[in-house]
Structure formats: C-alpha cells, structure tokens
Design a protein. Structure first.
Ligand SMILES: Nc1ncnc2c1ncn2[C@@H]1O[C@H](COP(=O)(O)OP(=O)(O)OP(=O)(O)O)[C@@H](O)[C@H]1O
Ligand SMILES: [Mg+2]
Length: 479
C-alpha cells in the first residue's frame, strides 16, 4: 500500500476562552469560604459574649432578690416577736417599692399571712406549701426565707420577683448578637468580594493575554499593577512571551531564508520541467519546418509535416496554458456554501466526458449537513481535476465513488476509484508540478489542486494500491 499524507493545516481558529459557571469561579469560592469562616468565628465569639452577658444579668437579679429577702427577714424579726402588724405592713410596703418586686409576704409559723403587698391576702392562710428556698416560675422568681430566733422558726418571708424585665434584656442581648453576626457576614462577604476582584482581575488579564497568544499574537504584554506574587507572575509571563517572540522571529527568518532557497530551487526545477516538456514538441516543430523548407518535398511528406506541426504546436499551447493556470492561481475568496451541489454539477460534466463512457460515477452527499467555507470556483476546479484523474486511471471502465461526509468540525471529501493506481516511485512527488504518469499528461492537475487546498488551510491525502485503486481525500472546515 502506498500512502502520501500532506500535513493538514486548517486555518487556525482563535482559541475560545473557556466559560465557567459562576459557582465554579474562584471569586465565588473565595467569597463563600471567607463568609463561612467569618460567620463561624464571629458566631462563636458573639454567642459566648451574649451567653456571658445573659449570665451576668441573671446573677444580678438573683443577688438583688437574695439581698432583698434577707433585709425583709431582718426587718421583720422584731416586729414578728412583738406581733407588731403595723411594722410588718411597713416592711412589705417598702419591699413593694423595689423594682421587679411583684409580691412580698410575711407569714407566721402556721402559715397565716400577717403582712402582704397584696392587702387581700392578709389574714388568709397560705395554700402553697413552703418547700425549698427558691422556686422559679415561667416569668417569676419566688424566694422563701425562714425567720429563726435561737434556732426556733417564728415565721417566713416570701418574695416574688418578676423576670419579665430579665427576659426582655436577655432577648435584646441575643438579638443584638444575631444582628452582629449578620453584619459580620455581610461585611465579610463584601470584603471577600473586593479581595477576590483584586486577585481575579489580574488572573483574567493574564487569561485574556494567554488566549491572544494562543491566537498567534505574540505582541501581547500584561501590566498587572501588583507588587505581590501575582505581579511577579506577570513579570515572568512577559519575559516568557518576549523570549517566545524572539524565538518565533528567529524561526520566521530561518523559514524565510529557507523558503527563498526553496523558491529558487523550485524555479530551477520548474524551468527544467518546462524545458523538458516543451523540448520534444519544439524539436518536432523545428524538424517539420525544416522539412517544409525543402522545395522538392513530396506532397505526402508535406501533408505529414503540416499535421505534425499542427499537433505539436497545439500541445505546446496546452502545456503553456496549463502552466499559466498553475502560475496564476489567485487568492481564495471563501464563502459559506453547499458542497453537494458543486460535486453533483462536476459529476454531471464528468459523466459526459468522452473518457468516462464506461465509468460509473456515484455521489454520496447529504446537502443538509455539508456546508463548508470555500472558494466555489477553486473548489470546482479541485473536484474536476481529481475526478478527471480517476476517470483517466480507468480507461477500461470502472467505478468512481465521491463522498462528502461531515465529521465533527470538518467535512471530509473522498474520491475513490478502482483504476490503475499510482506506483510507489511516483507517489511521494506526485503533487509536484509536471510530475505525470500519463503519456499525454502535463502533471499539473494535482499540484493545482494542492495549491488551492493549501490556500484553504488543508491539503491532499492520497492512498493508492497499484492495479487496485486510489483514494484521494481532503478536509474542509464545516460552516
Ligand atoms: N486517481 C488516480 N489513479 C491513478 N493515478 C493517478 C490518479 N490521480 C493521479 N494519478 C497519477 O498522478 C499523475 C499526476 O496527476 P496530475 O493530475 O497532476 O497530472 P496529469 O493528470 O498527468 O496531467 P494534467 O495536468 O492534465 O492533470 C497522473 O499522471 C497519474 O499518473
Ligand atoms: Mg490530471
């Protein structure tokens, strides 16, 4: 099997910057983590502060209540001994004036109320058993203290204090704490957002520069206005691009030198090829003219010389026309167009070609999926040259299959025949001008096709088996 692959070079598309969803950006992650850390730390700190403050408020109320009840007990002892109800009533009246006090009572050993802030209670017996020193209801703090003289209980003082005020203070403190956490969260998030903007702005600048370089613009430099590690990265990036640019300029100048040398070699080769091509017909023309110059030339020889003159001058004209076609390939004018119509059009013409009488030409192309960017006139010429070659490779008849197949971002074209094939000795130079394997071929068809395709950013690929067939293919970027 013989294969010739000429490097495919699709017109380089500008690389696209990858798009990230917002939740995968560095900015979002930075803000989220800073906000979370902020919230947890501030939450713990504020919560413990609130807890301590609540404890202090509660302790303050208890201590006030204890002091008050002790005072009540002391102030009531003598009056109790003397059964002085007036003084006892005065004690409860004084107690009533204290903040948060809802009720104060003095009872004797039997549990009869001797004095109370609630006058209706006086004279009644207490229903509640006096168990324990303190009892705490939902919104009240209730304390009892026994009054003892020489170890003997002579009565009890009771004090009821409202905890509403305490609860309100605790709620206010907790709300303040929550507000603080919320504020910390908002301020932390804003700070993290600003910080992330500062960091990612430079990263985005770098990313844009990298994409421009990917698109071939080596003149790009970044100015990150930063003196930190990102600034250093920017400096290193610029230095890298500078050396890249230097290397690329060296490569370009080397390439130009080589291209000049190659061009000169090519001109020499081409001149030799043209000279070789026109030498035979030209000699025939010169010999015929010499013959015609003879006065005694027989009529039959004269007619033969004129016929040779005619054929060979036409051959010379064809060689020169083909060469001019090759030399004058214009710039490609790319448009988005359907390639199926083009292939069908050329296939129609080829079927009518005298050399294609016994060749079956079959086209497979899905018009809805085969649109490419190409120069229609030039692509028509490429398709014609390739089909004609296949037809000329099957003088005894055969089959030519032409396919256009979409394959991702390209459309693949293939021309497969079961003709004579190309010998290995010719294959690796077959696309050079004036290389031909046919008796009357000029050897320009494939080189014209190759030059046109190069202008489209692609090239020919040829696989051939002698006496089996040939497949010539190329790709064009899909529209
Ligand atoms: N499908 C094919 N099958 C077999 N040989 C082929 C095929 N295509 C090209 N060739 C060989 O490659 C040679 C070069 O082809 P090319 O089209 O460049 O020139 P040509 O056909 O000889 O002349 P012309 O300039 O008229 O096209 C041909 O002469 C032929 O030997
Ligand atoms: Mg040809």
């Amino acid at each position: 099997m013989s294969v010739i692959e000429i490097v495919h070079k699709h017109a380089s598309a500008e690389p696209r910057a990858p798009r990230l969803s917002f939740f995968r950006t560095l900015r979002f992650r930075l803000v989220l983590s800073v906000a979370l850390v902020h919230a947890v730390l501030m939450g713990t700190f504020v919560w413990s502060a609130v807890d301590k403050q609540s404890e202090a408020i509660r302790a303050d109320l208890y201590s006030r209540a204890h002091s008050l009840i002790t005072l009540m007990a002391v102030a009531s002892t003598n009056a109790l001994l003397a059964e002085d109800l007036g003084s006892l009533a005065e004690v409860t009246a004084r107690v009533k004036r204290q903040p948060d006090v809802t009720e104060g009572e003095i009872v004797d050993v039997r549990g009869d109320v001797l004095a109370s802030t609630n006058l209706h209670q006086v004279g009644h017996r207490l229903l509640e058993p006096l168990v324990g020193a303190t009892a705490q209801g939902r919104n009240r703090l209730r304390l009892h203290e026994q009054i003892r003289v020489a170890g003997q209980r002579i009565g009890t003082v009771l004090l009821d204090m409202s905890t509403r005020h305490l609860q309100a203070e605790l709620t206010a403190t907790r709300d303040e704490g929550l507000l603080f956490i919320l504020l910390a969260l908002v301020v932390g998030s804003i700070a993290a957002w600003v910080l992330s903007l500062l960091i990612t702005r430079n990263l985005y600048t770098l990313m844009a520069a990298v994409h421009k370089i990917g698109g071939g613009n080596l003149g790009v430099r970044v100015d990150l206005h930063a003196r930190d590690e990102v600034g250093l990265l920017g400096g290193a990036f610029n230095a890298m691009v500078e050396s890249l640019q230097r290397i690329s300029e060296q490569v370009r100048s080397e390439h130009e030198k080589r291209t000049d040398a190659e061009r000169l070699a090519c001109v020499g080769e081409l001149s030799a090829s043209i000279a070789h091509e026109i030498r035979n017909p030209l000699s025939a023309v010169i010999n015929s003219v010499k013959l015609l110059d003879r006065s005694n030339l027989p009529v039959t020889d004269r007619a033969q010389a004129i016929a040779i003159l005619n054929t060979e001058s036409l051959r010379l004209q064809r060689i020169l026309n083909d060469f001019l076609d090759f030399a004058r390939i214009r710039e490609s004018r790319l448009v988005e167009d359907d390639v199926c119509a083009l292939i069908e059009e050329v296939a129609g013409l080829i079927r009518q070609h005298p050399q294609a009488a016994s060749v079956r030409v079959e086209v497979q192309c899905d018009a809805s999926r085969c649109r490419t960017r190409h120069d229609p006139d030039q692509l028509r010429q490429v398709i014609w040259n390739l089909m004609l070659n296949s037809v000329q490779a099957m003088p005894e008849g055969g089959e030519l299959h032409v396919r256009a197949t979409p394959a991702g971002r390209v459309v693949k074209f293939s021309f497969t025949d079961n003709g004579c094939g190309i010998p290995d000795s010719l294959l690796d130079k077959i696309v050079r001008p004036f290389v031909t394997g046919r008796k009357h071929g000029t050897g320009l068809g494939l080189s014209i096709a190759q030059r046109i395709l190069m202008q489209h950013g692609t090239s020919l690929s040829i696989v051939s088996h002698v006496n089996v067939g040939t497949e010539v293919s190329f790709e064009l970027g899909a529209a």
